[in-house]
Write a protein that binds this ligand. Structure first.
Ligand SMILES: CSCCC(=O)C(=O)COP(=O)(O)O
Ligand SMILES: [Zn+2]
Length: 267
């Protein structure tokens, strides 16, 4: 097989769950949800030794597998670089998730609810407590999930003029908050490393995790995931857990409530 041919094989597949196809379908979903704004935001997937990356500065909802960059993860060299395109400016930030958290996928969104949460909080963290859906959020340091009585704390870093200049503070936040699967960027959006591996998603889809598992967070996730395609599943992780909590917090603040406040006697 020629070199050109083997490079093409990295991204062309009839399997809708192939990372190159999955990134394209998820970016369409993200656009519909308002999470990618024109060119900003996106997703990168690490599968086995390959990292799949979208191009920079293009409308993410319109990308096709042939636009995809593929990096060899161990050597950090590009195995496939489409001519006249540049890899996403988010690449060093995606790489931070893969190296520091061993993530299988990383989502970056410009979700309005996420941006609003960074504006409603003056400090360097955003938090929420006493909400059932917290149980769907993974807790990386334990390999499990948050419990109902846990407070979810997500670090907020300050935005920079260029996406790649966020790398140092994002890496610092990942190190300082071993329990977080997300980092908010003030006035910009959020970086989320939910998925430890694509095979975890496949297993969830196949229902291989037993529902009677003691891990209640996993039960919530199985309930979310049951019956969808892999693209639906990846999307559901963010939409029905973290972004749900961001949206809820914004509504709570509008009603004069503190999202991280205690359960009061009146309730
Ligand atoms: C208005 S988009 C500015 C850059 C940005 O926020 C982003 O997420 C990166 O986009 P890229 O097109 O380089 O993937
Ligand atoms: Zn961005």
């Amino acid at each position: 097989m020629g070199q050109g041919n083997s490079r093409e094989k990295l991204v062309f597949s009839k399997d809708p769950n192939h990372p190159a196809n999955l990134i394209c379908s998820l970016c369409k979903n993200f656009y519909t949800l308002g999470w990618v704004t024109g060119t900003g935001g996106g997703i990168s997937i690490r599968h086995e030794s390959h990292v799949y990356l979208a191009p920079s500065g293009v409308q993410k909802e319109r990308i096709t597998p042939q636009d995809m960059f593929v990096m060899d993860f161990p050597t950090k060299t590009y195995l496939r670089s489409p001519p006249s395109l540049k890899p996403s400016a988010c690449t060093p930030l995606f790489m931070a998730s893969f190296t520091k958290r061993n993530a299988g996928a990383c989502i970056h969104t410009h979700s309005q609810a996420a941006v609003l949460c960074t504006l409603l909080t003056k400090g360097s963290t955003w938090s929420i407590a006493n909400v059932e859906q917290i149980k769907a959020i993974p807790r990386p340091s334990t390999g499990g999930y948050y419990g109902f009585f846990d407070k979810l704390v997500i670090p907020i870093i300050e935005n920079t003029a260029r996406e790649e200049d966020l790398t140092e503070s994002l890496e610092k936040a990942i190190d300082e908050y071993p329990d977080t699967c997300a980092v908010l960027v003030r006035r910009h959006g959020v970086w989320v490393t939910f998925i430890s591996s694509l095979s975890e998603v496949y297993h969830l889809r196949l229902g291989r995790h037993r529902l009677e598992s003691k891990d209640s967070g996993r039960k919530v996730r199985i309930a979310i995931f049951h019956g969808g395609s892999v693209a639906d599943l990846l999307l559901a992780v963010f939409k029905k857990s973290l972004d749900y909590l961001f949206q809820l917090a914004v509504e709570m603040v509008k009603l004069g409530m503190d999202p991280a406040g205690p359960i009061t006697a009146a309730e």
